[in-house]
Design a protein. Structure first.
Length: 88
């Protein structure tokens, strides 16, 4: 196994012992505290109007995509009906 070295501290260590130390130092309480802190202080939540705009955009895009797929399905269905009418 090759050890990768990086000039940045704490980056690039691939040894099993360093990962084992990290896992041993983790505890469930600390995990939930860090998760809560990140959700409350580091995550940027959208405003209500941004959320509404995004929802409308997703609905309109989904409708357009559905119409395109329905059109392709109808065209393929008509083409196959034409081919089958020639064969039978």
């Amino acid at each position: 196994m090759v050890e990768h070295w990086s000039p940045k501290p704490g980056v690039g260590s691939s040894s099993l012992s360093s990962r084992a130390k990290f896992i041993r130092n983790m505890n469930i309480k600390g995990y939930f505290q860090d998760t809560f802190t990140e959700l409350v202080h580091k995550v940027t939540w959208p405003t209500w109007s941004e959320l509404q705009n995004s929802a409308v955009l997703v609905m309109v895009t989904s409708l357009i995509f559905a119409l395109i797929v329905a059109g392709m399905d109808l065209a393929f269905s008509r083409a196959m009906e034409f081919v089958y009418s020639l064969l039978y």
